[in-house]
Design a protein around this ligand. Sequence first.
Ligand SMILES: C[S@@+](CC[C@H](N)C(=O)[O-])C[C@H]1O[C@@H](n2cnc3c(N)ncnc32)[C@H](O)[C@@H]1O
Length: 267
Amino acid sequence: MVANKAKVYLVGAGPGDPDLLTMKAHRLIGDADVVVYDRLVSDEIMALVQDGASRINVGKQPRCHPVPQEEINDLLVNMAKPDRKVVRLKGGDPFLFGRGSEEAAHLHANGIDYEVVPGVTSASGCAAGIGLPLTHRGLANGVRFVTGHCREDMPLDLDWRGLADADTTLVIYMGRANISQISIRLISEGLAATTPAMAVANGTKADQRHVISNLGEISAAAADVDLDGPVLFVIGRVVGLAGELGIELETEAVDDVLAAAQEVRRA
Ligand SMILES: C[S@@+](CC[C@H](N)C(=O)[O-])C[C@H]1O[C@@H](n2cnc3c(N)ncnc32)[C@H](O)[C@@H]1O
């Protein structure tokens, strides 16, 4: 890392497994003088920070934001100094649902250089961690990443009709609180309740858990299994490949789910 001019590196930490860091992220984290990090950055990755470096936790919980975004933006500007190596470390990819672009714009507006180092986003990480693809010839010709989180007490305002498309895979970030509402809206727009669906918690970490069900039941299934930690939902025919790919199912209604998935695939 060359740091003779004030610059902040916006670095993706990936979904949790340190082996999924890019080589560049690994090097920057190890060289940093200051690391400003989020709740979802794993302990194993924070262990790569050198002794003596400042570690600043600005982690947020859903509906509870200990450090307001504006303060994080200002903190980054204040931390950036010539010859100081500053890493802003974010879970997954910094420019996917991570407000990284707001931080970049604020740095730029204040005359500070920034560089983005992409990370493995949780959609790819979780799918790979389970062993499922996000697209598959004949089953899904595209994939869409959407947020399942809305501003306090506001209804989720998504293009439900467009999203209720059996030919694409839908990945829902931050959807735990609203998965019931999301399922109902998709079904009401015509997506079959039998469409295979999966929830993954703590994807790629040692305590990764998943549940495979269908759209109509995924909300109850995820609640039954009591998934802890960040949860990602994947909805679409690709999830129905679980049997063929030898993926372990954590639900009890395994046979029903796989039979329903096969039906959806044939339709
Ligand atoms: C604020 S978003 C950040 C997304 C991140 N920038 C990325 O690219 O993955 C947080 C959401 O990402 C998902 N997420 C992040 N890490 C995860 C993991 N290890 N397992 C499951 N979901 C994860 C969850 O849906 C969580 O609510």
